[in-house]
Design a binder for this molecule. Structure first.
Ligand SMILES: Nc1ncnc2c1ncn2[C@@H]1O[C@H](COP(=O)(O)OP(=O)(O)OP(=O)(O)O)[C@@H](O)[C@H]1O
Ligand SMILES: Nc1nc2c(ncn2[C@@H]2O[C@H](COP(=O)(O)O)[C@@H](O)[C@H]2O)c(=O)[nH]1
Length: 402
């Protein structure tokens, strides 16, 4: 069992001069294999963010790694625990359960892949989330087939169950469309920059504009404990299928091309030129959607209510009240002052070291990181956190977990 103080305030021998880690506060060193990872508070801004340095012990050299992902901010102190050979768990001091667990990936598949691309040592941040999210649902189909209508019906009937992945697009907003709700309306240059920086799960040029799903858009829905719905075209669905995101893929078909044209015209949101372009693209999308094997389910949207009924059935929602939100262990509050111990199989005991919790039995929280899923460039999910049962004395909790 390894005890790690909540935060270190020690100098590190042979530290490179001019380094950007503050010399005396919130700095910790974690040894994994022949590397030492020095994680500490950066002093370049007031947001108290963290910096990472790597010591190659065999070569006796400091490495300034390429750091990917969104790093934790507003750090007032932290504990760090190595989990296996590939990542370090960071527990922020005094943060709420939605923001206190972070992972620094040092040798995961994603990190190794990025290392090959960058040609430098890479580490990547991933925010930890309590619980698991259900597989997202990808809904595709030609423009005007009724994807948005079906999704709206689902979200209205099951507001606690589903959340919409708000895409980015370079097209102009329609009359009733609101930025941040229907789309993130953006400029081509800005979106291309974000794509280059790896912020998008998928993107495609659709009917002459750029559309894309950011990793953040999907993760934000899962953070709310909801199942994410993506309304994207067939190219985007193919990219998601090729990504690490496991999803259910549904293709919506119109009863006929004539009916599709009627619906597009009746919607009245496109110019004649755009309608013709969307109809031309619909032919290719239909061919690919129905015959590629990309989709797990194909639904014909002839009668709206019947199609919606079939959609609910395949999502297991027929007769369901829709309030079956996952129970997340968010009721457990992490103490401000704490120390952590890695017990075994990636289970960690967090001990309160202040007077916040007086009794030994309520002094301990168990953080179970034995079933982690996902990771950089998205969230790390599957964390479970629970109060040690009141009947146990501290030692018994540790023995039980061991
Ligand atoms: N089963 C249906 N029968 C008749 N009209 C329908 C049906 N489903 C949807 N509609 C109508 O068709 C029009 C297009 O639907 P919707 O906007 O949902 O399509 P969409 O697939 O989301 O299109 P886009 O990809 O362009 O966003 C809307 O006016 C909607 O009310
Ligand atoms: N590949 C992606 N396709 C997307 C995304 N968001 C929307 N779409 C698809 O674009 C067309 C047109 O949408 P409209 O709002 O302009 O009518 C439609 O088929 C959507 O499914 C996305 O993020 N990625």
């Amino acid at each position: 069992m390894r005890e790690t103080p909540a935060f270190y305030a020690e100098d590190i021998q042979d530290f490179p001069s001019g380094n950007s880690l503050k010399a005396r506060c919130y700095k910790t060193e974690i040894n994994i294999g022949d590397k030492m990872y020095v994680i500490g508070q950066a002093d370049e801004d007031s947001a108290l963010s963290v910096r990472v340095l790597v010591r190659d012990k065999s070569a006796a050299q400091w490495i300034y790694p390429t750091v990917l992902g969104t790093k934790p901010r507003n750090i007032k102190g932290f504990s760090a625990v190595p989990l296996g050979q590939d990542r370090v768990l960071i527990i922020k001091k005094g943060a709420n359960p939605g923001d206190c667990f972070w992972f620094l990936e040092v040798d995961t598949g994603y990190v190794r892949e990025q290392q090959k691309l960058c040609g430098t040592k890479v580490v990547a941040w991933s925010k930890g989330a309590i619980g698991n999210a259900e597989k997202p649902i990808v809904i595709s189909g030609p423009s005007g087939v009724g994807k948005g209508t079906l999704i709206n019906k689902l979200m209205e009937e099951f507001p606690l169950l589903f959340g919409f992945s708000v895409s980015h697009t370079t097209r102009s907003p329609r009359n009733m469309e609101k930025d941040g709700i229907h789309y993130h309306f953006t400029q081509k240059g800005a979106m291309e920059r974000d794509i280059k920086e790896g912020k998008f799960l998928e993107y495609a040029s659709v009917h002459g504009n750029l559309y894309g799903t950011s990793i953040e858009a999907v993760e934000m829905v899962a953070d709310e404990g909801k199942r994410c719905i993506l309304d994207i075209d067939v190219q985007g669905a193919r990219s998601v299928r090729a990504s690490s995101l496991e999803a259910v893929f549904i293709f919506i078909c119109p009863p006929s091309m004539e009916e599709l044209e009627n619906r597009l015209r009746a919607r009245g949101t496109e110019t004649e030129e755009q309608i013709l372009k969307r109809l031309r693209n619909a032919k290719t999308e239909l061919e690919q959607g129905v015959s590629s094997g990309l989709f797990d389910h194909i639904l014909y949207n002839d009668n709206l209510e019947e199609c919606y009924g079939r959609l609910k059935k395949l999502l297991g929602l027929d007769g369901n009240s829709g309030s079956s939100l996952q129970s997340l262990s968010l009721g457990v509050h992490l103490p401000l002052e704490h120390s952590v111990s890695l017990v075994r199989d990636n289970r960690i005991i967090i001990r309160c070291s202040s007077s916040e919790r007086k009794e030994a039995a309520t002094n301990m929280i168990v953080l179970d990181a034995s079933s982690l899923k996902g990771g950089a460039p998205g969230r790390t999910r599957g964390l479970d956190m629970y109060q040690a049962e009141p009947c146990y004395e501290g030692l018994e909790v540790i023995n039980k977990l061991n």
